[in-house]
Structures are given as structure tokens and as C-alpha cells.
Design a protein around this ligand. Sequence first.
Ligand code: 5GP
Length: 186
Amino acid sequence: MDAQALGNEITRVVHTADELAERINQIAKEIDIDYADLDQPLLLVGVLKGAVMVMADLARAVSIPVHMDWMAVSSYGSGTKSSGVVRIIKDLDIDLIGRHVLIVEDILDTGLTLSWLIKNLKSRGPKSIEVMTMLRKPEAVKVEVPTKYLGFDIPNEFVVGFGLDYAEQYRNLDSVAVLSPHVYQG
Ligand code: 5GP
């Protein structure tokens, strides 16, 4: 789905499908170089559901062998605010002992969820653990998360598309766009 199909449900496109694809290809080249000498496939860990698009594109853009696994977590909080208290809804199938792990995320907002996730995965004995996030909101960050690969920094606005939803909608928008306030204010 492209942004035109949404009419006034979005106020503006922050990053087009082409920009997202180009940035993912650049990051994939960096990953190919950084992980060129592994004696095992790199393990990409995607965080459901938002990271589905970036995971699918990144995994296909790299030239090195990868394994892919998924986690689903839910963050306890009031309304839309993340609290950092996280519950695992779906855990990984693959054992992390001795693995090189790259967490693939859609968006880094406060950083609370991701910093919890890194701590959790580190305790499982991986050889290395790094983060790739497609988007980051620098103004919203509460906890610094070491991010090895970053797509784009964006303003502190609620965005949808490229995997990101509002009430499960808009994940299949091919760009990243700011949702019109009238959509969530009713
Ligand atoms: P945090 O970094 O605050 O712990 O939470 C990150 C999660 O909040 C993301 O994985 C995403 O699910 C959600 N989130 C944060 N900002 C946005 C946004 O602008 N749009 C959407 N759709 N979800 C967001």
C-alpha cells in the first residue's frame, strides 16, 4: 500500500519506500563486512510484529548466511507509554549459546523495551550481541541503547507504516508516515 491510498489519514511521509530500501541496502553492506569472518551464520532476532518488514528486507539484502528467529514481547505501561517492564509472549526457538546475534528492531522510542531485551538475551550466553533499528526518536530516548546499525533518526511523532501499526492498521504501508491526529482522537 502506498501513502496516496491513505489520503488524509496521514499528514506527511517521513521516509519513502525508496529511501528505506536504499538505507537497508547500505546497512546490509556494512553487515557483510563486519560479519565476513564468522564460522557460523549470523543470527537475526526480529521483534514481532513491527520488525517483520525490516527483517525481511535486511535478510534478503545481506550476502552472508543468516539464521532468523523471532521474539514477541509486551511492555507493561499506562496507555501508549512504555514502562520497561516486559513480558515475553513468544520466546526464541534457537539456543543463543556461542551465537553471534543481531537484534532487528522497527523503532527505538524510549529504549526501555530494547534495553530489557538486550539484558535478557545477554544472559543466554551469546558470543556477541548487537542492535539494528530502522528508526530512532532521539528526543524520546530515556535509556541509551548501543545501536550498531541505525536506519534513520526521526522527530518525536507517532509514525506508522513499514511494519509499524496503529491498532494493527497501516503495517503494510510501504513508507513511514506521520498519522493524522484525527485518526486516534476520533
Ligand atoms: P520503547 O523503546 O519505548 O520501549 O518502545 C518501543 C516500541 O514502542 C516499538 O517497538 C513500537 O512497537 C512502539 N512505538 C514507539 N514509537 C512508535 C511510533 O511512533 N509508532 C508506532 N506505531 N509504534 C511505536
